[in-house]
Ligand binder design. Structure first.
Ligand SMILES: [Zn+2]
Length: 421
């Protein structure tokens, strides 16, 4: 087993856990506060949270895989006994108090904030929210499932699925470091409501727990609605969303302005841009403040793999925002607009493809909520460990999947098939 220099004998998973214990008091504070609804629990909920955190860190992908490794020396040392059965892990997680898990995530945020490793973006604390769908199925469903009718080959079938709206913090990067993006909370969408209603419930809770967690919220075009804008304005927050709907007065007015006024030239990353920026627009009267519309027409050159020739690609973005001009410049607002993709690239993609967070560990609405919150906990701790504790020369050239494989190897190394039941 590979050990890391300077920490002889301490392998990577043990080192991650040692870090989580030292910086976040993982056992004593983060998981100790998690309870569940069982009357006389034989297995403490905290032990199940720890087992599931390892399931995510090592990317095992299923409760059966966890059960196969249950008697690893690793678990005996860390939990004081083997992991309970796959059934028990699912059952206990379904009865877990989600608020206890949310408090655990809050504690991690507090510690990182106090350690000054979540800097603002030039004076702005930025968050992004988006919906994510999981577990689509035609056969299995539960009381928390959403339903839709799928038309194919002249037949209609009911499909069941779950969707959550997630909020992610996008702190700035400290010099020479990757930013630590934190998955703060999620809210399950309920039957009969739209995603904006789910988002408002999530924002109400997040702003209650983290009143100063963010100053600016980024979101997709779906969230360009007056209730969301007004809610954030009433809480003293700014918002920036994609503007798409060409039926709106605001969109039509902005389009007329784009045609009437010449753009200014700018750049974003390696792209040449043409920018239009119109603050103080009153053509969205449902919103209780004037809004600002920004358009960025972007051109970049890419080398085609097929024939090695250069190809010019253009993209056209329009955003609507409450960010004040000129204190937040056009270029800065454009960069913020593009940051909306961070929740796809660093949130959902990482969680789903890297961490198997979409896997249906137990088809039960409460279990789905809690497994995802434990995935957030595990992911946030790993992000912090990776950015703050692993030295750049150790991290260099090694993917996160590599570290997860190394951690899984550590668990399996402690399994002795000859003596395990
Ligand atoms: Zn369901």
């Amino acid at each position: 087993m590979e050990t890391l220099p300077g920490k002889e004998g301490l392998t990577i998973l043990r080192r991650l856990i040692a870090y989580a214990e030292k910086i976040f008091q993982f056992s004593a504070t983060v998981v100790a506060g998690v309870v569940d609804r069982r009357r006389q629990p034989r297995i403490p909920a905290s032990r199940v949270v720890k087992s599931v955190a390892v399931l995510f860190w090592t990317r095992m992908g299923s409760l059966n895989a966890l059960e196969l490794a249950a008697h690893s020396r690793f678990f005996r040392r860390w939990l004081g006994q083997p992991v309970c059965s796959a059934d028990s892990v699912g059952r206990v997680t379904a009865m877990m108090d989600a608020e206890g898990l949310r408090r655990g995530i809050h504690h991690i945020y507090d510690r990182l904030k106090r350690n000054k490793v979540l800097p603002d973006h030039c004076g702005l604390a930025v968050a992004v929210l988006d919906g994510h769908e999981s577990h689509a199925s035609y056969r299995r469903h539960c009381p928390g499932c959403l339903e839709r009718t799928i038309h194919a080959d002249k037949t209609e079938r009911t499909q069941y699925y779950h969707r959550q709206v997630t909020l992610m913090l996008l702190p700035g990067a400290r010099p020479g470091c990757d930013p630590i993006r934190l998955l703060l909370d999620h809210e399950p969408q309920r039957a009969g409501e739209d995603e904006v209603a789910t988002a408002l419930r999530l924002l109400e809770r997040v702003l209650g727990s983290y009143p100063r967690g963010f100053d600016l919220l980024l979101a997709d075009a779906l969230y360009s609605t007056a209730p969301l804008f007004n809610f954030l304005l009433s809480r003293g927050k700014d918002v920036l969303t994609v503007l798409k709907d060409d039926r709106r007065n605001l969109y039509q007015d902005a389009t007329a302005l784009f045609a009437a006024f010449p753009p200014t030239e700018g750049s974003f990353r390696s792209r040449k841009c043409l920018w239009w920026d119109f603050p103080g627009l009153l053509s969205w009267p449902q919103v209780h403040a004037p809004v600002r519309v920004i358009r960025s027409q972007e051109t970049r050159t890419v080398r085609r793999q097929l024939d090695g020739n250069d190809e010019t690609l253009t993209s056209d973005w329009i955003w609507v925002t409450t960010l004040p001009a000129p204190s937040v410049s056009t270029g800065r607002a454009v960069a913020l607009g593009h940051q909306r993709w961070d929740i796809e690239n660093h949130g959902f993609n990482e969680l789903v493809n890297g961490w198997h967070a979409d896997h249906l560990y137990k088809h039960d609405p409460d279990a789905i909520e809690c497994f995802l919150l434990i995935a957030f906990l595990a992911c946030n701790i790993f992000q912090a460990f990776f950015a703050l504790n692993l030295k750049p020369q150790i991290r260099k050239g090694r993917t996160r999947a590599f570290w997860s494989s190394l951690m899984a190897a550590e668990i399996l190394d402690g399994v002795n098939p000859a003596i395990s039941p």
